[in-house]
Design a protein. Structure first.
Length: 290
C-alpha cells in the first residue's frame, strides 16, 4: 500500500471519530501548546533523542510525536494522533526503515538515494504538503484546529531546516527504493517534514546511511550539494525560507486557537479515557500494509 493509500485509509478511519473525542485531543494539546509558546515544534525537534550509530533499537520522529512532547498531553491522545504519521515521520532501526507512515524491511531495500536540501524545498512542495494535511483529516469537529497545529509544526521545522541549509547545504538520505510484494522496485520518498527532520537531526541521516552500508545497500547521491553556482543555490534557499515564513505568518493569522474549547472542564483522566476508547475502535479498522 502506498503513502497516498495509507493516508486515504487513515482519513476514512478518522471520519468516525466523534466530536467529543476530537475535542478531547484538541483541548488537551491546545492547553499544552499555550504553555510552550509559538516555537514549540522547533524546540521539540531539536531536543528530540538522537539515534545511536550503529543502530541498536528502533528510532522515530514524527509530527504526532512532537505534539506528544508538549506537557499535559494524555498518552492515549498521543496514540490517537499517531494515526496521522502519514503526514510526517522518519523511522529507522535494525529491522526496518521508512518515511511518512510506511516502512520496509532492510532485506527488501534495493537502494538509498540522497538529495540536496536545495531541491527539497521548491515552491510546489510547501503548498502540496499543507494540502496533504487537509486531505488526511475529514470534516469532523475540531478538524480546523488539528490541521492548523499539524501545519504549524510542519512549517516551523521546515523554516528552521531551510535556515540551517542556508548556512550549510547538505545531502539527505530521503528516498528509499525497495521491492514491493511482487518483487518490483517501488520508491518511498520522505516529504517536507522528513527532509526537515533529517536536516535538523543529522544523526538520523548518519544512522540511516550507516545501517545501509552495513547491510550492503547501495547509496546514490542524486544531487551533489557541491555542484552548481553558489550564488544561485543561496538564492534558492533564501526564497524557500521567505515562502515558509510567509506561509507560517498566514497560518497563524487565521489560527483558531482562540475559539471556545469544546472540552473545557474535562480532566486529563477523562480526556485520556475518551481518546483511548475511540482508539481501540479505530485500531480494529486500520488498513493493512504491504
Amino acid at each position: 500500500m502506498g503513502i497516498r493509500q495509507v493516508g486515504e485509509g487513515v482519513g476514512a478511519a478518522l471520519g468516525s471519530v466523534s466530536g467529543a473525542v476530537t475535542g478531547a485531543v484538541s483541548g488537551a494539546v491546545a492547553s499544552a501548546r499555550a504553555k510552550a509558546g509559538p516555537d514549540w515544534a522547533r524546540r521539540a525537534l531539536e531536543t528530540h533523542p538522537k539515534p545511536g550509530v550503529p543502530l541498536e533499537e528502533e528510532w522515530e520522529v514524527s509530527l504526532a510525536g512532537l505534539i506528544g512532547r508538549l506537557p499535559h498531553v494524555p498518552g492515549p491522545a498521543v496514540r490517537l494522533l499517531h494515526l496521522l504519521d502519514g503526514l510526517g515521520q522518519v523511522a529507522v532501526g535494525p529491522e526496518e526503515v521508512g518515511f511518512d507512515g510506511e516502512s520496509v524491511a532492510w532485506g527488501k531495500v534495493l537502494e538509498i538515494r540522497c538529495h540536496s536540501t536545495v531541491d527539497l524545498l521548491p515552491d510546489v512542495v510547501v503548498e502540496r504538503e499543507v494540502d496533504r494535511i487537509r486531505e488526511f483529516l475529514p470534516p469532523v469537529p475540531g478538524r480546523r484546529w488539528l490541521v492548523t497545529r499539524a501545519a504549524e509544526a510542519l512549517l516551523t521545522v521546515a523554516l528552521a531546516a531551510s535556515a540551517a541549509a542556508e548556512r550549510q547545504e547538505r545531502s539527505l538520505p530521503c528516498e528509499i527504493v525497495a521491492k514491493n510484494l511482487i518483487g518490483r522496485p517501488k520508491n518511498l520518498a520522505g516529504g517536507l517534514f522528513a527532509a526537515s527532520a533529517l536536516t535538523l537531526i543529522p544523526e538520523a541521516g548518519e544512522a540511516l546511511l550507516a545501517a545501509a552500508r552495513e547491510r550492503g545497500v547501495p547509496v546514490t547521491v542524486v544531487d551533489d550539494p557541491m555542484t552548481g553556482l553558489h550564488a544561485e543555490r543561496a538564492a534558492q534557499l533564501r526564497g524557500a525560507t521567505d515562502r515558509l515564513a510567509e506561509a507560517l505568518r498566514r497560518l497563524r493569522a487565521t489560527d483558531p486557537e482562540a475559539e471556545a474549547d469544546p472540552d473545557a472542564g474535562r480532566s486529563k483522566a477523562e480526556v485520556g479515557a475518551a481518546a483511548l476508547a475511540e482508539l481501540e475502535q479505530l485500531d480494529a479498522r486500520r488498513p493493512p500494509r504491504d
